[in-house]
Design a protein around this ligand. Sequence first.
Ligand SMILES: NC(=O)c1ccc[n+]([C@@H]2O[C@H](COP(=O)([O-])OP(=O)(O)OC[C@H]3O[C@@H](n4cnc5c(N)ncnc54)[C@H](OP(=O)(O)O)[C@@H]3O)[C@@H](O)[C@H]2O)c1
Length: 269
Amino acid sequence: MIYITGGSSGIGLAMGRVFAAQGAHLLLLARDEQKLKDAGRTVEKSRRSHTQKVGTMSLDVADPAAVKKKMKIALDIYGAPDILINSAGINKYADHFENITYDMFDEVMKINLYGPRNMIHTLLPVMKTGKGHVVILSSAAGLFGMFGYTAYGTSKAALLGLSDSLRYELKPLGMKLTVICPPEVDTPMNIDEAKTLPQEGRAVKSLGGFLTPEFAAKVIIKAIAREQYLYIPGASTRFLYLLHRLSNGWLTRMTSDAVIRRARKKMGK
Ligand SMILES: NC(=O)c1ccc[n+]([C@@H]2O[C@H](COP(=O)([O-])OP(=O)(O)OC[C@H]3O[C@@H](n4cnc5c(N)ncnc54)[C@H](OP(=O)(O)O)[C@@H]3O)[C@@H](O)[C@H]2O)c1
């Protein structure tokens, strides 16, 4: 049984389809019921057999009481997940820091960071028995600083901190944890982001490459199968991260500063 938060769209939905084609039972979780119903039908079409369950359940992962209540229902109907994929996330407020209010910052943290926290904390007791696998969608923006990403990037970097510590607790229990740091993936998330992302941020982001959700889903599922801890989809982002680490961040800062300078010149700033 695989639970996928954010299973109604983008990477989560694409992963649902790949898992369904591999024969998995699935529960897709997100807020919007209509989007979930549509996603459920799409995933059902990818099933290998009609005996596979594809459930949907509306849930706001940022609400800890709702997570507790709905997961109790989910466990009764579907049983404990062997794999919990935390893909639910938002990037609504990619903007200059001074334009991001306390409430906007808080909303990003509540969904992107507290969401996985709420899900994992609620399901950990039942996942222990089956030596389950926790998967967390962080981002390349959690590995590198990015112009315009003070809210989103902070939430994604915090997920890496959560993963690093949690991994040590899960390993002795026989549980697995995989944290994923994709570069830009062609999903509805980027439509939201484009409304406010400063041009400097757009220019820097293009260094990391661009993946389709189908490609991202396939390579992420392979990384889960080989129980990899940290996985970065996309060869160019993996290479950039290697340079970043070898230079202690110096090369990334130099390159990003140069790209930002050029973008600002083009903007007449
Ligand atoms: N796309 C990229 O470029 C990219 C790159 C790196 C990492 N990521 C990460 O990958 C994950 C998936 O992103 P995506 O691109 O697939 O985004 P997406 O297409 O916008 O999908 C986001 C999903 O999360 C759900 N969601 C949002 N807030 C929620 C909440 N409070 N409770 C429950 N579900 C919620 C959405 O459904 P509802 O709105 O109906 O709830 C939707 O199903 C995110 O964590 C994102 O940060 C994305």
